[in-house]
Every structure is written in structure tokens, then in C-alpha cells.
Design a protein around this ligand. Structure first.
Ligand SMILES: [Zn+2]
Ligand SMILES: [Zn+2]
Length: 296
């Protein structure tokens, strides 16, 4: 029923969504392209296409090497140069794909006729699961990658807002008391990491269960390639999530879920927008209906 509309999706026609901490601009349909720009966080997830709106963003995270997520990585780098952006972006890649990416980037440059002496790799950072790293140009944002299960090596990550807060015991103090404490070198603040954004990359539904902490992020972006009942077996075979797996996770974690929005991406191109909205409306439990939003 949804099959007749497979050619309507347009990867350069961006979807826009407002959240309490950032706008989300981009596109994500399985096999065509995925790129999700979070301009207020100076951050992009994946680069399956590179519209001009992505070129001003300094940090790019690639979840995995599949073409619909990765193919415009170098386009991002070269478009920035063309537009006179002097600062190099930082490209965060799962450590398992870094060597392959470097070879690919070099081959592409040679193919384009760049002289060996002029070739220079962009700044690539090897993301390791569990290892926290501050974004190069946004020291208030800290990235914590995690592994997910897909048909190729893939990582998601959580982006935390890193700040210092007054310790509980000093909350009632006056300004002059605080100044006095500071003078006496008393440590009055503590470090706080507030999870703003989690994204999973392409993954099996079980990866949601294995990474339960992503449901504590203000914004969760997770893939939902398959929707129809008869596609459940296909989702496991291809290493993707079926809507039913998301519903299962919602029911399992229930009140522990503190996300403000759960954004579903990467729908199979065989589904029409209308079909996607209808199936989600029909299957998402009532208490999560306002939180769960299809990115279409
Ligand atoms: Zn994909
Ligand atoms: Zn993939």
C-alpha cells in the first residue's frame, strides 16, 4: 500500500524541528541519506548529504561508514574551504573505521587530481566507546560514544552539557558568605553533566535496551527503519530497528524515561509520510504519543 510513493522523498528538502535546547534540521530516510544538524550545539550527526546549511557547523559525528550516512564527509570539508571558512571542522568517527576513512579520503583526493604534496587530511578524531571528550570548539559540550549492533561497526553517542553547580550544602548561603568560602579555597561547586542529546545511528532494536541511559537525554534520536508487522523479521536480518522494538523499550523503561522528545528517523523509503504518521499514531502507547515524533 505504501509502495507506490517510494520516489517522493527528497534528501535536500529539510525537515525542521524545535526542541528546548536546539533546532534539528536535516533529513533521514534509509538508503537515501541521513544528516541531522543541531546548529545551537554546533554539531551534525552523519553526512549522507551536505547542504550549505551544514557548512558552518564545526563538529561532525559519523555513526558508521554506510554511504547514505557518510558519503558527503569530504564535501563538507571542501565546501567549507570553498566558502572561505578557515577553521577546520573536527570529524568524530568510530575508531574501527578511522583507517578506512583516511584511505578513502586520500583516494578521493588523488582521483580529483590533488597533487600528493598538497594533500592534507582533515582533523579526524577516533571515538572510543565510553571515553568522554569535549567538543573542540564547544568546551561546554562533552561527547560520550557507545557501540550499537548493526551490519557494520556503528556507534551512537550522548552529548552532555558540562557545567559546574553549587553544592547542595551551600545553596542557602548569601553572596558574601560564598565570597568568603571562595577566599578560603573551599570547593563550593560540583561538576554536572546534563545529557542533552543521544543518537543511536543505525542499529537493531536490542541496542536500545542495552543502552538504557539514552532514555535520560532531553532529546533522543533513534532509527525506526521498519513499521509494518510483516517487516519485523526483515528488520533483524538487516540490522535495523522495527517500531515494535521501540514500543517494547518504551513499555519496559516506562517511568524511567525522562526524554522531552524521542525523534524517530531513517524510515524505509517504501513508506509514505502518511503511512509513517498513521502507524506511529496507532502503535505508540498513549503516554508517549506527545514525545515520539517522526522526523519527516
Ligand atoms: Zn542507514
Ligand atoms: Zn547502515
Amino acid at each position: 500500500m505504501a509502495g507506490e510513493s517510494k520516489y517522493i522523498h527528497n534528501a535536500l528538502k529539510q525537515v525542521h524541528l524545535e526542541t528546548s535546547c536546539t533546532t534539528v534540521n536535516g533529513f533521514s530516510i534509509s538508503g537515501l541519506a541521513t544528516y541531522l544538524q543541531f546548529p545551537e550545539l554546533d554539531f551534525v550527526v552523519d553526512m549522507g548529504e551536505c547542504p550549505l546549511s551544514a557548512t558552518s557547523i564545526n563538529h561532525v559525528f559519523l555513526t558508521h561508514a554506510h554511504g547514505d550516512h557518510a558519503r558527503c564527509l569530504m564535501r563538507h570539508h571542501s565546501l567549507r574551504k570553498m566558502m572561505g571558512v578557515e577553521r577546520d571542522s573536527v570529524y568524530y568517527l568510530p575508531e574501527m573505521i578511522v583507517d578506512g576513512a583516511k584511505e578513502w579520503i586520500r583516494s578521493e583526493a588523488m582521483f580529483e587530481g590533488v597533487p600528493e604534496t598538497k594533500f592534507r587530511l582533515p582533523e579526524i578524531f577516533a571515538a572510543e566507546p565510553g571515553k568522554m571528550v569535549s567538543l573542540k570548539y564547544r568546551k561546554d559540550l562533552t561527547l560520550k560514544p557507545f557501540c550499537v549492533k548493526h551490519s557494520v561497526p556503528t556507534m551512537g553517542a550522548t552529548l552532555f552539557l558540562h557545567k559546574r553547580k553549587l553544592k547542595e550544602e551551600f545553596l542557602g548561603k548569601t553572596a558574601s558568605e560564598i565570597i568568603e568560602l571562595r577566599k578560603n579555597n573551599v570547593e563550593i561547586t560540583r561538576e554536572v553533566y546534563e545529557p542533552l542529546l543521544s543518537f543511536t545511528g543505525d542499529c537493531l532494536g536490542e541496542s536500545l535496551i542495552q543502552n538504557q541511559e539514552i532514555f535520560k537525554s532531553r532529546i533522543l534520536v533513534t532509527e525506526c527503519t521498519f513499521l509494518d508487522d510483516e517487516d519485523e523479521a526483515m528488520s533483524r536480518k538487516k540490522g535495523h530497528t522495527h517500531l515494535q522494538h521501540i514500543v517494547d523499550a518504551l513499555n519496559k523503561f516506562d517511568d524511567d524515561i525522562t526524554c522531552e522528545k524521542i525523534i524517530l528517523t531513517h524510515f524505509s523509503m517504501k513508506y509514505s509520510e502518511r503511512h509513517i504518521r498513521e502507524i506511529i499514531e496507532k502503535n505508540v502507547p498513549e503516554k508517549f504519543k506527545e514525545k515520539v515524533i517522526p522526523f519527516i
